[in-house]
Write a protein of this length. Structure first.
Length: 156
């Protein structure tokens, strides 16, 4: 299911024409292995599939914040730095993987031990703890793509 979801999702990204012809560029198996080794996690199957399909270039999808390889290697530390400067005692679990870090002071993450398509959590700067944003990473991808398409349509 995870590979099929990512395959269908990637086709929707390309069809959305968010970056008029920009390619999808996947990570290599070695790059995914590097992420797992450096961050000492085993990524869930859906996220591994996502990286292999579009981990280096997403055809214009969500291009404003860091979320591609090799920047992915630094996002968890960046999120922890944000927490260190916030008014919170919350700390990321060692099994957390931050896949989105915004300059606007928020980040998205999942627990790498929480299933094949894990829930996604959102932390906003200066809140006490994260909230559960979606029940599955796949839902977060669907939401982000729909929001970006809607935003693009409003600009036209």
């Amino acid at each position: 299911m995870t590979n099929q979801f990512i395959e269908n999702f990637s086709k929707r990204v390309v069809a959305s024409n968010l970056a008029s012809g920009a390619p999808l560029v996947g990570c290599s198996e070695a790059e995914v292995a590097e992420i797992e080794a450096k961050l000492q996690v085993k990524l869930p199957p859906i996220y591994r599939s996502f990286l292999l399909k579009m981990g280096r270039g997403m055809a214009g999808f969500c291009r404003d914040d860091d979320r591609l390889y090799p920047e992915l290697l630094t996002l968890t530390q960046g999120a922890q730095d944000l927490l260190d400067h916030a008014d919170t005692d919350y700390r990321l679990p060692s099994t957390a993987f931050v896949f989105w870090l915004s300059e606007s002071g928020y980040f998205l993450f999942f627990d790498t031990t929480d299933g094949d398509d894990p829930p996604v959590f959102l932390y906003r700067d200066n809140t006490k703890e994260p909230i559960r944003k979606d029940d599955h990473f796949s839902e977060t991808l669907d939401y982000l793509l729909a929001a970006q398409i809607e935003s693009q349509d409003k600009l036209q």
